[in-house]
Design a protein around this ligand. Structure first.
Ligand code: TXA
Ligand code: MG
Length: 333
C-alpha cells in the first residue's frame, strides 16, 4: 500500500481507525514525537512495527490508550501508579507496570517481560484517534530504529516511506522529546528509566516519595531503549563545543555572539544550512521542542560534524543532554 499523508478530519480519522483495526500501520502525532501505531491486540500488526522500523525484536513497545480507566484494564495500577497517572495523564509520561494476564495485548509489546509500558497522550489528534479506534494502540516513535525521533509528518515520511500505510499530519510536536519512562515496580523505589519533560522532581512531588534516575548499565540495561546508540543522526556530534572547527555545523543554545571559528571567523556568519539555534533566549522547553527537527535539518547537509553548545543539566536540560549523549555515542553508518 502507498503511504498517504493526510490532514486530520472526521473522515480521515475514521479511516485511520479502520486501518488500525484491520492490522495496518498508522503514524500519528503526539505531544512528544510522532508514533507509529498498530493495534496492540493484534500480534501480526505489532510485528509489522518491528519490520517497518528495522527494530530489534527484544525492544518492547509503549501501548497508548485514551484514559486511565482503559490503562487500568491492561496493567495493575497500585496506589502509586494511580497517583502519578492522576497527576500527569494525559501527558508525556509512560508507566511501566505489571501487565494483567487477561489484558489481551500482544506479548510482543512486552518483549517477553512481565511488564507493559502504558501512556495516555495529550495531543488532541492522538486522543481522537484512540477514542475512535477503541483498541489499545502500540506505538514506538515513527522512525527507523536507532535514528532520530520524528517531530513532524515529513520526518516520518522521510524515515519510513512506504512502510507505513497512513500518516496523520498534526503539525510539529510541542514537547519534541519522547515521554518520561517511569518504572513503578512494587516494592522498589520509583525509577526514571528515560528522562523527559516530566522530571524526577515533578514525580517525587506528586508521590511524596523520592524518585531515582536509573539509566541502567550498558551491559544489562533495565530498559532496552537505554542502549547508547539511539536517537542518532548520521553526522557525528561534538558536545559542549566552545568554538567551531571549519566544516562543522553549529547547534547553538543561547547567544552565539562570542563563538568563534578556529583559524578565524565568527559562528554567526555561518550559512543558514550550517547554523541552528535551539533557543536564542536560553529557554529549555523551546530547545527540547526544536532538538530533533534541528538535528534532522543539520544532518541533511554534509558537515564534518555538528558542534553542540553546552546545555545546563537541570530540569528539562537533563532529558535534552540524555538525547544528545546518545546521539553522540553513535558511529557513522
Ligand atoms: O513519547 C513517547 O514515548 C513516544 C510516543 C510515540 O508515545 N514513544 C516512544 O516509544 O518513544 P519508543 O518505543 O521509541 O520508546 C519506548 C521506550 C524504549 O526505551 C523502551 O525500551 C522502553 O520505552 N520500554 C517500553 N516498554 C518497556 C518495558 N516493559 N520495560 C522497560 N522499558 C520499556
Ligand atoms: Mg524511539
Amino acid at each position: 500500500m502507498k503511504t498517504r499523508v493526510v490532514t486530520v478530519n472526521d473522515e480521515s480519522l475514521s479511516q485511520a481507525a479502520e486501518l488500525l483495526r484491520r492490522g495496518g500501520l498508522v503514524a500519528f502525532p503526539t505531544e512528544t514525537v510522532y508514533g507509529l501505531g498498530a493495534n496492540a491486540l493484534d500480534g501480526r500488526a505489532v510485528a509489522r512495527i518491528f519490520e517497518a522500523k528495522g527494530r530489534p525484536s527484544f525492544n518492547p513497545v509503549i501501548v497508548h490508550v485514551a484514559d486511565m480507566d482503559v490503562a487500568a484494564a491492561l496493567v495493575e495500577m497500585d496506589d502509586r501508579a494511580l497517583a502519578v497517572a492522576t497527576a500527569f495523564w494525559p501527558g508525556p509520561l509512560t508507566l511501566i507496570l505489571p501487565r494483567r494476564k487477561d489484558c489481551g495485548v500482544s506479548e510482543l509489546c512486552s518483549a517477553g517481560m512481565p511488564s507493559l509500558a502504558v501512556r495516555v497522550p495529550a495531543h488532541p489528534v492522538a486522543q481522537r484517534l484512540l477514542r475512535a479506534v477503541g483498541v489499545p494502540v502500540a506505538a514506538p516513535s515513527a522512525n527507523r530504529s536507532g535514528l532520530l525521533s520524528p517531530t513532524t509528518p515529513a520526518h516520518v515520511a522521510e524515515s519510513l516511506g512506504d512502510a507505513v500505510d497512513m500518516i496523520l499530519a498534526g503539525g510539529a510536536s510541542a514537547v519534541g522529546l519522547e515521554s518520561t519512562v517511569l518504572a513503578l515496580d512494587p516494592g522498589m523505589p520509583p525509577a526514571v528509566l528515560r528522562p523527559g519533560a516530566i522530571t524526577a522532581e515533578d514525580i517525587a512531588a506528586a508521590l511524596g516519595e523520592d524518585v531515582i534516575y536509573d539509566y541502567g548499565d550498558q551491559d544489562k540495561p533495565r530498559s532496552p531503549g537505554q542502549l547508547l546508540r539511539h536517537y542518532a543522526p548520521r553526522t557525528k556530534l561534538r558536545l559542549n563545543a566552545v568554538d567551531l572547527v571549519p566544516g562543522e555545523a553549529l547547534l547553538a543554545f543561547g547567544s552565539v555572539k562570542f563563538m568563534g571559528v578556529r583559524g578565524g571567523g565568527a559562528a554567526h556568519d555561518l550559512p543558514d544550512t550550517a547554523l541552528r539555534n535551539l533557543s536564542e533566549g536560553g529557554d529549555l522547553a523551546e530547545a527540547a521542542a526544536n532538538l530533533f527537527r534541528m538535528l534532522h535539518e543539520l544532518d541533511r547537509e554534509k558537515h564534518s560534524a555538528i558542534a553542540v553548545m553546552s546545555i545546563p543539566d537541570k530540569g528539562l536540560g537533563i532529558a535534552i543532554n540524555d538525547r544528545l549523549k546518545k546521539a553522540a555515542g553513535s558511529v557513522q553508518a
